[in-house]
Design a binder for this molecule. Structure first.
Ligand code: HEC
Length: 105
């Protein structure tokens, strides 16, 4: 009985906390995905001045989404981004673009 009660309490507590946890998890996913861009685009999407790779920090969301789509469908020729972009879903592109657009250049 006690186990059942604790279990019920745990479940209820879990349900109450779900919206916050889901939001935290989504933010973590967003940042983890954005971190995969850091190898080439710099920490937090900021490249050093004069870099051949463009900075992503502060890039307008709609512009980034457009570029990612263009890389995916080949209308924008690229050396690496066409391959990377093809590995991302619309949701991932949207989320990453939203994230970088909030960062200061
Ligand atoms: C292996 C290195 C590499 C990684 C990793 C990488 N990029 Fe790129 N990115 C480039 C290069 C190089 C270019 C220039 C276009 C080209 O030649 O592919 C570029 C260009 C871009 C552009 C166009 C910028 C502009 O000014 O028009 C966007 C947007 C972009 N990358 C987004 C991303 C995102 C988002 C990620 C992470 C999911 C990412 N890139 C990961 C190398 C990389």
């Amino acid at each position: 009985m006690r186990l059942k009660t604790s279990l019920a309490a745990l479940l209820l507590g879990g349900l109450a906390a779900t919206p916050v946890l889901a939001q935290d998890a989504a933010r973590l996913h967003q940042r983890a995905l954005a971190a995969t861009c850091a190898n080439c685009h710099g920490t937090d999407g900021r490249t050093v001045p004069g870099s051949a790779v463009p900075s992503l920090a502060g890039m307008p969301k709609d512009y980034m989404i457009q570029q990612m789509k263009a890389f995916q469908n080949g209308t924008r020729p690229a050396t690496v981004m066409h391959q990377l972009a093809k590995g991302l879903t619309d949701e991932q592109i949207e989320s990453t673009a939203a994230y970088f657009s909030t960062l200061k250049r």
